[in-house]
Design a protein around this ligand. Structure first.
Ligand code: AKG
Ligand code: FE2
Length: 488
């Protein structure tokens, strides 16, 4: 019987053919559902009443079982055994009840059961046809190359040696770019490697999504896992944990790193210790990364790669622009939904994204730093095991956006300590003291924007005012685009 190894629902992207040899076969031999069409029988025939349920539902039901029940049901037949090998089940069990001392054993199942990976039974499930079981395996093994090479010239994120603060504020605050020079002078760029970090901080715990693991354990995980969406170390407390000094080298002689001059102005610094989280250490294996999102509180960011290049794909946002292909947002933009994993997004949406106006793409290599302007969507994937530092900041060009966010999206404001009761008020007070002119300009800009919206609302409800009519030279009913109309 021929093998249909490419899933109909996951066709190779038009710009990137996945060769069949690139993806090894599933460890239990499970095949994509399409193969069932030509099969004379299936392991699924033996699962009794479960046959009536779609695979997704079987997996959902199994999510309610504890470890020993999963082992038990897995002994009843080969098909259910294959279902109980789904790594997401064991990852959830492990993360729900963390243990203090454990050894990473290559898979979540082996780690949870504390058994050597070699003890996991290899049972032939080659007569099971299931996209639900095959998909995560497929996504964990696609080659990234087709997606991150042959970037069309019009999409290429500009690359420059360095920028002065004046150049940045005048021309670049709204544009992504890569700087190739400043990070090369950082001691952390020169001295950090996985080896040096492990020997100095191996026992120190760092946050990786929902778990806090010693760096040594995370290193073991990085070196040996087959996760579709690898656990990503993202620690906001690394500066005190690692005892680092951060600051300009002239005033901080033992500085480990410092923001490049063009990013040095950060208006959130007026909040002192009451500012929201703003610096993170990011470590992850190849294929780890960040799904599409915009950075918090309308901040801009820089992301400096110390080891292992990152591929970035970015889109501007705005009232009249849809989110990137494959990304869905709720009306108030508070909820963002996109496909399960980065690999799944690449397989299904990358080709369309590359053709979409506004798309910017690039690779930020070791010793380089990338600028994420306020409000831009971005998806990032590590092309090799990677170490990076990121910092969020408010440049003067985006003060208005930050004030607007803090005052009008108060429910989406994030990263402040719980005892900071009114971030907007604190920020305005701090700005009034330190930069009164900048604050006045930004508030005036916001006032104008809000009057424009009010006017538009009035126009919709009451028809255009005479003044507005004469300005546009005629009557229009005004329902053409109400996407940015807010009730005053
Ligand atoms: O390096 C990455 O994965 C990107 C991080 C990022 O986008 C963020 O910190 O907001
Ligand atoms: Fe981000």
């Amino acid at each position: 019987m021929p093998d249909i190894t490419t899933l109909p629902r996951y066709p190779p992207a038009a710009d990137g053919q996945q060769s069949e040899e690139a993806i090894p076969s599933h460890p239990l031999g499970v095949k994509p559902s399409g193969n069932a069409l030509l099969a004379t029988w299936s392991l699924r025939d033996a699962i009794g009443s479960f046959r009536l349920l779609p695979d997704e539902l079987i997996l959902l039901l199994l999510e309610h079982l504890d470890g020993s029940s999963l082992l038990g049901i897995g002994r009843t037949c080969k098909a259910l055994y294959a279902f109980t090998r789904a790594e997401e089940l064991w990852k959830a069990l492990f993360v729900e009840s963390p243990v203090e001392n454990f050894t990473w054993r290559g898979t979540w199942r082996s780690t949870y059961l504390n058994l050597p990976a070699s003890k996991a039974p290899v049972i032939d499930c080659s007569h099971l046809y299931s996209d639900v079981l095959y998909r995560p395996f497929n996504c964990a093994h696609i080659t990234l190359d087709p997606y991150v090479t042959k970037i069309p010239a019009r999409n290429q994120i500009p690359r420059l040696p360095d920028l002065s603060p004046e150049e940045f504020h005048a021309e670049w605050a709204d544009r992504p770019f890569v700087l190739t020079e400043p990070v090369k002078a950082w001691p952390v760029y020169k001295n950090w490697s996985v080896g040096t970090l492990l020997s100095r901080y191996g026992q120190e715990k760092f946050r990786a999504e929902a778990v806090d693991w010693p760096l040594r354990t995370y290193g073991d995980y990085m070196a040996d896992n087959s996760d579709e969406s690898p656990l990503y170390l993202f620690d906001r407390a690394f500066v005190p944990k690692m005892g680092l000094a951060v600051g300009p080298p002239d005033s901080t002689p033992d500085a480990a790193y410092w923001p490049p001059a063009c990013f040095a102005e950060d208006l959130f610094s007026v909040l002192g210790n009451d500012r929201p989280d703003h610096q993170w250490l990011i470590i992850g294996p190849e294929r780890s990364g960040s799904k599409f999102h915009k950075d918090p509180n309308a901040t801009s960011a820089w992301n400096a790669v110390l080891r292992g290049p990152k591929y970035w794909i970015m889109f501007p946002s705005g009232d009249k622009r849809p989110p990137p292909p494959g990304v869905y947002v709720s009306d108030d933009q508070s909820e963002v939904t996109s496909p399960l994993s980065i690999a799944e997004w690449l397989l299904n949406f990358h080709a369309e994204a590359r053709r979409t106006p506004g798309c910017m793409e690039g690779i930020c290599g070791e010793g380089e730093i990338l600028h994420v302007p306020s409000g831009w969507w971005h998806l990032v994937v590590n092309l090799e095991p990677s170490t990076a530092i990121t910092q969020n900041f408010i440049p003067r060009a985006h003060l208005g956006a930050a004030l607007d966010f803090l005052s009008n999206k108060a429910d989406q404001v994030s990263g402040f300590r719980r005892n900071v009761e009114n971030p907007y008020e604190n920020f305005v007070n701090g700005m009034r003291e330190a930069y009164p002119e900048l604050l006045a300009e930004a508030l005036e800009e916001l006032q104008k924007k809000s009057e424009g919206k009010k006017r538009k609302w009035e126009d919709i409800v009451h028809g255009k005012t005479e003044e507005a009519e004469s300005a546009t030279g005629g009557f229009s009913f005004g329902f053409g685009d109400d996407s940015d109309v807010e009730v005053p």
